[in-house]
Write a protein that binds this ligand. Structure first.
Ligand SMILES: [Zn+2]
Length: 133
């Protein structure tokens, strides 16, 4: 059953347009989430997509009404994000720079953690910038 009015309007922002708000390591899980949400709510509107306390923070509105399914998809993506290095997509976990208590938290793998701790790695507009020494 197709319903043309359920298609997103050109002004509607969805996940692909805002994926650069977080690191490239999460691009794949965001693509996956977009396709999952799109399958049940093609006209969904992305309200917020950011990294918060090391994990993915995401909020969408569905013109057809928000469903529990939508919430559980987003929850799963969040769970996945705190196990996925935001820099490179390798398995990771939430850590702080040099594992200091109370520092800025980010989900990183061991390799990226070293570089990030030494301020040699950062994410600028969704792109990883590396600095030698
Ligand atoms: Zn990494």
């Amino acid at each position: 059953m197709s319903n043309p009015s359920a298609a997103p309007s050109p002004q509607t922002v969805q996940i692909p347009e805002r994926a650069h708000a977080v690191g490239p390591g999460w691009r794949q899980l965001l693509d996956h989430l977009h396709h999952q949400i799109h399958a049940i709510a093609p006209g969904y509107r992305l309200v917020d997509l950011t990294e918060k306390l090391g994990g993915l923070r995401l909020h969408v509105e569905n013109p057809g009404g928000t469903t529990d399914t939508l919430h559980s998809l987003i929850d799963s993506a969040r769970t996945e994000s705190v196990r996925t290095c935001e820099f490179c997509g390798a398995p990771g976990r939430i850590r702080t720079r040099n594992d200091r208590l109370g520092g800025w938290r980010k989900t990183v793998c061991d390799t990226c953690h070293s570089a990030w701790s030494a301020h040699r790695l950062m994410i600028v507009h969704g792109v990883v910038r590396a600095r030698d020494r």
